[in-house]
Write a protein that binds this ligand. Sequence first.
Ligand SMILES: *Cc1c(COP(=O)(O)O)cnc(C)c1O
Length: 362
Amino acid sequence: MPRATVAVIDLDALRFNFRRAAALASPADTMAVVKADGYGHGLEAVAGALADLTSRYAVACLEEAERLREAGLTHPVVLLQGVHDKTDWPRCAEAGFEVVVHEPGQLEDLFVSAGGAQVLWIKVNTGMNRLGFSSGDIAGIVERVRRRPNIRLRGLVTHLACADDPGHPMNAHQIGLMADLQNEFPDLEISVANSAAHYRDGDAAFHWTRPGIMLYGGTPLLGKTGQDLGLQPVMTLQSQLIAVRELDKGDKVGYGAAWQASERCRMGIVAIGYGDGYPRHAPAGTPVWVRGRRVPLIGRVSMDMIAVELTDVPSAQPGDMVELWGRHVSVDEVARLAGTISYELLAGLTSRVPRRYLAAGS
Ligand SMILES: *Cc1c(COP(=O)(O)O)cnc(C)c1O
C-alpha cells in the first residue's frame, strides 16, 4: 500500500472558478494563468480541463508553454516573462507563442533573430518596478516594433502591485496609466487584471484579464478566504493518522520538545510534513480535519509528519483520513496562520505528493 498522502484535484471546481472569473471579467476576455505547474495542481491536467472554456493560456516561461503543446493544446499561449535567451525566439515563432517583452535586450535579440512571424505584447511598468518599460517610452517602442514586417504587436500588459488591497491608491494610478495608453493606441489590446482585480468595481475592463489563484480557489484578497468569495477549493490535501497515543500532563511532543501537554490528552501522528509542502511555520493550533471536526496541530512540523491533539475525537484511530486543506480547512486559513499566502502553499506542494484527479463531470 502506498502512503495515503495525496492531493485530490477537483477539475469541476476548477471549471466553476474559471466561469466565475470569466463572468466577473466580462466584457473583457480571460486567459487562464497556469504557470508553476498550474499552481501546483499539474499543468497538463489543469490546462486540459479548461481547454474548452479558455481561449488562451498564460505561463511564465518557454518550457511551460512547450509542455502545453506536447499535451496537444493548440491555443495561443502568452509567455508572461518573455524569453530568457536569444535562442528562444525562433522556438517561440515556430510554436506561435505570444511573448511579453519587458527589456530592451530582448527586443534587440528579436530584431536580429532569424525566426518567422512573431506575436508580441509589451510590458509596461506602471509602478510595480519589477519588469517593463516606462509608459513614456511606449510610443517609441511601438513605432520601432511596427516597422518590422515579421512582428505583430498584439497589446500592452501591466501588473498591479497592490490589487490584494482594493482601496490602495496605487491601483487607480496604475489603471489610469493604462487607460491613457489605451486612448493613445486604440488598436492595441490591453491586459491589466490579475485575480484580485476581478473584484474591483467600476474599473475599465480593458481586453484581457489574467486570473491565476482564483481559478484554484485561493483568495487573491487580504483578509478573505476563497470560499468567502464564492470560489470552490480545487485541491484537497489529505493524509492519514499513522499513530495514536495518550499523553500525561507534562509530556512533550516533537522536535525541540516545543509543545507540552497541560493535562492528560490523546494525540495522533499524521503522515505529512514540510517534505510534502505542508508549511513548517504552521503554528500549534493550526486546524486539521479529523473525523468530521477540526483539531489543533501541536508541536513542530517535521519533514514527514505532524502531530495533532485528538482529545475531542476519542474514536480517532490509525488509518483515519485527515484533511490538511480543502473544503473543511481553507488553504487560505492555513497560509495565513503560517505567515504566507495560499499561492506559496499550492505551488510549493512537492513531487512526493501524488495528484489524483476527479475528472470534470464525475
Ligand atoms: C502570476 C501572474 C498573474 C496571475 O496572478 P494571480 O494573482 O494568481 O491571479 C497575472 N499576471 C502576471 C504577469 C503574473 O505573473
